[in-house]
Ligand binder design. Structure first.
Ligand code: BDR
Ligand code: CA
Length: 309
């Protein structure tokens, strides 16, 4: 089992990624850490706890950053895409459990020191918590096995601006800190995630299971697909951004990668642009191709386990 810390800003694709990770025996989930992003951090924490409650798993959740790493930039929530509650408006009640005590960054630092060279961090929101952890304790940088990041758009256009992808645009200085730190990184950007489309037709198949969990995930995902249709008319589905980052940890052969240095534009019109450069030393593996249908089958198989249990 691969020990994992999962950093999330729980909107809808984060929720799918959480369920996928929790139903995958290859992963040992040590804890979730939350960040502002799709929603304010308190809501990301609540949504993470709500998903855990829905799938009946007990993993600690540590609340993290409520604002950006350096400049205290005003965050832009993604309620149009992820709904008023960040989960496609499916939340009916507050989760019973609360976040664990302690901060996200301290949890990361402690776990990495306890298990040097073992832990993979999967980060699918703005990179603020990771940046804070390595800024506070730079000695952990060589002790983290790998950071698998959903973020960026290297050879393709962005999704919130022509250049920028949402997680990087939300905190470009945190991203810059992470990419220039010497950390071992796998970058799962829009270059590959936009090829992983979950079709609308699957939602009825999910509902046919007739479990509470199936309806929870089908209803929220249908909201997400609706948002995709409004932004990309005729697309017929939604991109599985955050689940693909989990998939790459479970089975790295879902993607092909290329070693590149990544610099992040932190200001101006191109803010959040992740610029790839093949020169010089680097430990950043940029995903350039994905076996989308094999990944989708794997994701659907694991989701079906979640819905039938
Ligand atoms: C990323 O932005 C968020 O809205 C999603 O959860 C995903 O992590 C896609 O650009
Ligand atoms: Ca996310």
């Amino acid at each position: 089992m691969k020990p994992v810390i999962f950093d999330v800003d729980t909107g809808i694709d984060d929720a799918l990624a959480i369920a996928y990770a929790l139903s995958s025996p290859e992963l040992e989930l040590l804890g979730f850490t939350t960040c502002f992003g799709n929603v304010p951090v308190q809501e990301a924490t609540r949504n993470t706890l709500a998903v855990l409650e829905m799938v009946e798993k007990d993993v600690p959740v540590y609340e993290g950053a409520s604002q950006t790493f350096k400049r205290g930039m005003k965050p832009q929530w993604a309620r149009l895409v992820h709904g008023k509650d960040g989960l496609g408006n499916v939340l009916k009640a507050e989760p019973l459990k609360r976040a664990a005590s302690g901060s996200a960054e301290d949890f990361m630092i402690k776990q990495v020191k306890e298990r040097p060279n073992e832990i993979t961090i999967i980060a699918v929101g703005p990179l603020t918590n990771v940046a804070r952890a390595i800024n506070k304790a730079p000695e952990i940088i060589p002790l983290i096995k790998n950071v698998v990041i959903m973020g960026g758009a290297v050879n393709v256009s962005g999704n919130v601006t022509p250049y920028g992808e949402a997680n990087i645009v939300a905190d470009p200085e945190a991203a810059d800190c992470v990419f220039s730190s010497g950390l071992s990184v796998t970058l799962v950007g829009l270059d590959v995630t936009m090829e992983t489309l979950l079709p609308l037709a699957k939602m009825d198949e999910w509902r046919d299971v007739h479990s509470k969990t199936a309806h929870f995930f089908a209803d929220m995902t249908e909201h997400y697909i609706g948002a995709y249709e409004s932004f990309y008319p005729g697309i017929g589905g939604c991109a599985l951004h955050d689940p693909l980052a989990v998939g790459v940890v479970i089975d790295p052969s879902f993607v092909r990668t290329r070693l590149m240095n990544i610099s992040v534009i932190t200001d101006g019109e191109e803010v959040g642009n992740t610029v790839g450069n093949k020169e010089g030393e680097t430990k950043i593996h940029v995903c350039t191709e994905v076996e989308a249908s094999r990944f989708l089958d794997h994701f659907l198989d694991r989701m079906s386990k979640v819905m039938h249990s």
